[in-house]
Design a protein around this ligand. Structure first.
Ligand code: NAI
Ligand code: MG
Length: 498
């Protein structure tokens, strides 16, 4: 494996080691408790910022501000005016994109080539939701009641949205929650992950600059068990939009019961990626490898269960392992880096735990398999691309979400029971099929129980195309028209005439 050169921290204007306050009601304020926590670069351990640590009291203030804004100034914004605010925000994000993407690289470790590469997606999302602001509409519906009684529907914003996001793509995740909220006329309390809160705070600053009235976008960093839990349980929150682990998703659903708030959940996965012998293997090798290694495997829809047809299994899995060994692991600030560190010591422990478990279960590591400890990489949380061969369906490394750069390669012969095997997971988020046979592609696209099926590609995403889970990967969809509906209430109006 090639090792990228480690680059010293270049001082970032928003990650210069200073203190960052939280955004409530259009003002930058300390936590009510006065507490702070640190945000560090997972590649080097360097301090990026100390951050105001929100808890229940700050959530209380932020929800109250979001309610006032929802009922007050924001409710008077016409769709076209909300559209203009979103377009202005998109322009600001575009102008500051290098700064924002570098911030994500510093805060959570992803290679700069990757964070810069999200440019079109992030800007596309903001402009897509801006477009939607002026195309929301109810319906007139013909009813069958006697007499003259007219019925139609109104689409109204659901209200105050609590957005709880993870650390694996902080800028994109923030935009994915704020975009539909602003388009529909909702207000937001955004709780970024404690591991990587900086991009959300900077986005809050840009939202204010774009002309969002005070209280429409609030950003309260803090820990999940305190700030996150308070937001999920708050009776003044109308909807929680959550992205993260299925375990936290379950506690959010429980916490939501107090006021029966609406919940949408984008949770984890253990997605099957199926390679048939008739596939274009030249394309499938890098495709299947990067379906897992991208972002060091810290992607909810990563294709971590790699099913390969028996007669090409040894060759294919060997080539994926060689591809993994050729990837450059290093500090995300180096433009040549392809694989950055894991986000935190906790994630490192979790992933190395699975590396040990895989060996104990009898799997063979053809690439990687151990944390990197030599040289400057030893100071960060680096795990190289890992390929486990000889994996059986019932092994824990084939069933549990690892959230690291780890492929569990499984062989198959009989395509009849392949669908059953591919679906034998509690999750249902992503899936892949590599084949030149169109009939096979359609058959599997239909049979796989997952929210996305990628054929001869992986991880394609677009703001207009819905994304979300089946089974324990959650419910609700992000992107596409359905995403907007999740932020809207439908009201039926009956008018008797004559
Ligand atoms: P997590 O689900 O605990 O954290 C995600 C967000 O939820 C963070 O903002 C966190 O502060 C918040 N949170 C945590 N506990 C909460 C609670 N009780 N109430 C309300 N909010 C709460 O995920 P974590 O601990 O960062 O990672 C653990 C595992 O979860 C990973 O190894 C991975 O398997 C999975 N995960 C999946 C993600 C996805 O994109 N689907 C993203 C992050 C993690
Ligand atoms: Mg957690």
């Amino acid at each position: 494996m090639a090792q990228a050169q480690t680059i010293p921290l270049t001082r970032h204007p928003f990650a210069d080691g200073s203190f960052k306050q939280m955004l409530i009601d259009g003002k930058w304020v300390d936590a009510a408790s006065g507490k702070r926590f640190e945000s560090r670069n997972p590649a080097t351990g360097e301090l990026l910022a100390t951050v105001a640590e929100g808890d229940a009291e700050d959530i209380e203030r932020a929800v109250a501000a979001a309610r006032r804004a929802f009922e007050g100034p924001w409710s008077r914004f016409k769709p076209y005016e909300r559209q203009l605010v979103l377009l202005k925000l998109a322009d600001l994000v575009e102008r500051h994109f290098d700064e924002l993407s570098t911030l994500d690289t510093l805060d959570m470790g992803a290679p700069i080539a990757r964070t810069r590469g999200t440019r079109q997606r992030v800007l596309g999302m903001l402009r897509y939701y801006a477009g939607k602001a002026t195309s929301l509409h109810g319906e007139t519906i013909e009813n069958s009641l006697p007499g003259d009684i007219f019925s139609y529907t109104l689409k109204e914003p659901v209200g105050v949205v609590g957005a709880i996001i993870p650390w694996n793509g902080p800028l994109g995740a923030s935009v994915w929650k704020i975009g539909p909220a602003l388009a529909t006329g909702c207000t937001v309390v955004l709780k970024p992950a404690e591991e990587a809160p900086l991009a959300a705070l900077r986005l809050g600053e840009l939202a204010m600059e774009a002309g969002v009235p005070p209280g429409v976008v609030n950003v309260v960093p803090g820990y999940g068990e305190t700030a996150g839990a308070a937001l999920a349980a708050h009776p003044g929150v109308d909807k929680v939009a959550f992205t993260g682990s299925h375990l936290t998703g379950q506690s959010i659903v429980k916490a939501s019961a107090g006021n029966l708030k609406r919940v949408s959940l984008e949770l984890g996965g253990k997605s099957p990626d199926i390679v048939f012998a008739d596939a274009d293997l030249e394309a499938a090798v890098p495709g299947a490898a990067m379906a897992v290694f991208a972002n060091s495997g810290q992607i909810c829809s990563a294709g971590t269960r790699l099913f390969v047809e028996r007669r090409v299994y040894d060759e294919f899995v060997g080539r994926v392992a060689d591809f993994g060994k050729g990837l450059r692991v290093g500090n995300g600030l180096d433009p040549e880096t392809q694989i950055g560190p894991l986000v935190s010591e906790q994630q490192l422990d979790r992933v190395t735990g699975y590396l040990n478990l895989g060996r104990q279960e009898g799997a063979r590591a053809l690439a990687g398999g151990e944390r990197l400890t030599e040289g400057p990489l030893g100071r960060g949380y680096f795990v190289p691309p890992t390929v486990f061969s000889d994996v059986r369906d019932d092994m824990r490394i084939a069933q549990e979400e690892i959230f690291g750069p780890v492929i569990s390669a499984i062989s198959f012969e009989d395509t009849d029971d392949l669908v059953t095997r591919a679906n034998a997971t509690m999750f249902g988020l992503g899936s892949g099929v590599w084949t030149r046979d169109v009939s096979k592609a359609h058959r599997f696209a239909k049979a796989i129980r997952a929210g996305s099926v990628w054929v001869n590609c992986y991880q394609a995403m677009d703001p207009a195309v819905p994304f979300g889970g089946y089974k324990m990967s959650g419910y609700g969809r992000e992107s596409g028209q359905q995403h907007l509906e999740e932020y809207l209430n439908v009201k039926a109006v009956w008018i008797k005439t004559g």
